[in-house]
Design a protein around this ligand. Structure first.
Ligand code: ATP
Ligand code: MG
Length: 579
């Protein structure tokens, strides 16, 4: 990314403290329009994805803005597929997009539309433009059209076909539709101004010839309308009041307005806002297609992908995504939001909703020497300290346990307060245990087993004599535990700004080679048995986890959704201090 991009990254949007009530320049515009009785004080928006890929977190911002704003004002929001590009669009995408919007929490009732529903009407509008001398059939090739268009500093040249008669244009346009000409040989162009300072107004192409099957209209059409032409007219036909889109369409607004004005049809208002960019990832369907096609990830719903389906599989909740979208606000200037804020919103939600459990990711065997050989007991554990209503559960305890390998050091450094020879620690919800010996692999010196004694008087986790320990460890009972697979994730890209790879370099060179670590012999407390894909837990001290659809009846697979470490608070603090 260039310098200005870098600068923008540091100028993050102000973060709203009340995530439930978004208020920004767009809600202000809408309020003013309602007060002025514009559009009969109606509010009617639309969410217009092109079905050429799966939705991502950037789309969630647009979804929350369009559906959410309509909801807040008691208005309506349409779901509309902008399906004017048959070579890139597929039914699979049409279906996933609907599933994702519903999952985020919005509904369109019976207002599901497709730009392709309007192909006949759009064609007739084209005829109308020709009749009024506002459009012409041009025989320049795509390459020539580019050459004639001029540059930012240089006016364009008029096409030699610009002054064809209405009759000739009508005849050619009809024959384009009838399939007489091959791809790229002719276009229909709006007749505006080749000297305009805005390149979008230099006789833009509004129809092209494309002999391609469309996922909905089949082979009915071999000419397809361009986005700028189809979009404004679809908005108009649906009675949209506020057509909210991203900033890159700001320069297209004069064309939006021109088409609706010369056709003298109902005229919505286009409003642009800054698209969401997120650190450590890319947000572009085109790039995702490369990642999926090149097998850099397992699919569109790979838990490392910032797609809605990827976030869902990772364990994100719809609430956390909606809160995030409301918190980041809506502005006119491009900015990059910290991934840490998204994770913060997720923790905030999961902390309230996810039941706690104990799981050991890298098991180390612990034997309690003074605990009877075949005894076992059940201890009470709290399901969620944030919500007593979630109750308690029983966890089995026995002589052989697993703890986290990292929680033991034979030769502990200074600040290490966990288990070590001679030291006493608490096992969560259970007992104080004290390390009295280790069993090592004779050849490698690796610690195979830690030997401990327990103090029966500390049942439940407190010593009646008031003695303290410096740490509390999670654990599982070896014979009762479930063997599970856990997948740990890191950012998909190593750099906070993956687009910034340097000149000539491939953006994919920034992919993080260590973004997935699968641990295949983890152990979890038995209460997890019977969990289904999508179930979420907080594994004490390890983070939030979500059951993956790869799970089998014999082996649960869990994705780590997010760790417990909140990096956002730190970032926010340094932002406040102006660093
Ligand atoms: P991509 O670049 O990922 O292909 P797009 O803009 O081409 O995205 P569309 O299907 O045309 O994708 O998008 C549907 C709606 O979502 C549009 O109104 C678009 O402006 C909006 N949108 C897309 N990406 C973002 C983003 N990063 N932030 C906010 N809104 C977005
Ligand atoms: Mg697009």
């Amino acid at each position: 990314m260039n310098d200005s991009g870098k600068k923008q990254e540091n100028e993050r949007n102000p973060v709203s403290s009340d995530p439930t009530k978004p208020s920004h320049f767009i809600t202000e515009i809408i309020e003013a329009d309602i007060n002025a009785k514009k559009y009969d004080s109606r509010v009617h928006t639309r969410f217009p994805p092109e079905p050429n890929g799966y939705l991502h977190i950037g789309h969630a911002k647009s979804i929350c803005l369009n559906f959410g704003t309509a909801q807040d004002f008691g208005g309506l929001c349409n779901m509309r597929f902008d399906d004017t590009n048959p070579t890139k669009e597929e039914v699979e995408y049409v279906e996933s997009i609907q599933e994702d919007v519903r999952w985020i929490g919005f509904d369109w009732d019976d207002r599901l539309f497709y730009a392709s529903d309007y192909f006949e009407k759009l064609y007739q509008f084209g005829v109308q433009l020709i009749h009024a001398g506002n459009a012409y059939v041009c025989d320049l090739s795509p390459q020539e059209i580019r050459e004639y268009r001029g540059t930012l500093t240089e006016a364009g040249r008029e096409s030699p076909y610009r002054n064809r008669s209405v009759e000739e244009n009508l005849n050619l346009f009809e024959r384009m539709r009838a399939g007489e000409f091959s791809d790229g040989t002719r276009t229909l162009r709006a007749k505006i101004d080749m000297a305009s300072g805005n390149i979008n107004m230099r006789d833009p192409v509004i129809y092209r010839i494309l002999h391609a099957s469309h996922h909905r209209t089949g082979d009915t059409w071999c000419i397809y309308p361009m986005y700028d032409y189809a979009h404004c007219l679809s908005d108009s036909l649906e009675g949209i009041t506020h057509s909210i889109c991203t900033l890159e369409f700001e320069d297209h607004r004069p064309l939006y307005d021109w088409i609706l004005d010369v056709l003298d049809v109902y005229h919505p208002r286009q409003i642009e806002f800054a698209r969401l960019n997120l650190t450590y990832t890319v947000l572009s369907k085109r790039k995702f297609i490369e990642l999926v096609g090149g097998r850099y990830v397992s699919g569109w719903d790979d838990p490392r992908m910032p797609t809605i389906s990827g976030l869902r599989r990772r364990g994100y909740t719809p609430e956390s995504i909606r809160n995030f979208c409301n918190r980041i606000g809506v502005a006119k200037r491009d900015s990059t939001v910290d991934m840490a804020l998204l994770e913060y919103c997720l923790r905030e939600d999961l902390n309230k909703s996810a039941p706690r459990a104990m799981a050991v990711l890298q098991p180390l065997r612990v034997v309690i020497l003074n605990y009877p050989e075949d005894a076992e007991e059940e201890l009470d554990a709290v399901n969620n300290p944030e919500d007593p209503g979630m109750g308690t559960r029983k966890v089995p305890f026995s002589r052989v346990l697993y703890i986290e390998r990292d929680d033991f050091r034979e030769d502990p450094p200074k600040q290490f307060y966990r288990l070590a020879p001679g030291r006493e620690v608490r096992l969560r919800y259970a007992y104080f245990i004290k390390c009295v010996g280790v069993v090592k692999d004779e050849k490698t010196g690796e610690v195979l087993e830690v030997q401990c004694t327990y103090d029966p008087a500390t049942r439940g986790g407190d010593a009646p004599d008031g003695r303290k320990v410096k740490s509390t460890l999670h654990w599982v009972s070896a014979s009762h535990a479930l063997k599970i697979e856990v997948r740990l994730y890191d950012h998909l890209f190593t750099s906070p700004d993956p687009a910034d790879v340097g000149e000539g370099a491939d953006w994919k060179s920034g992919i993080n080679p260590d973004s997935l670590k699968a641990l295949k012999s983890c152990r979890a407390e038995p209460s997890l048995s019977g969990s289904a894909p999508g179930n979420r837990f907080q594994f004490e001290r390890q983070g939030y986890f979500c059951v993956d659809p790869d799970s089998t009846p014999d082996m649960l697979v869990l994705n780590r959704t997010v760790t417990l470490r909140d990096t956002w608070a730190k970032i926010e603090k340094s932002q406040k201090e102006g660093r």
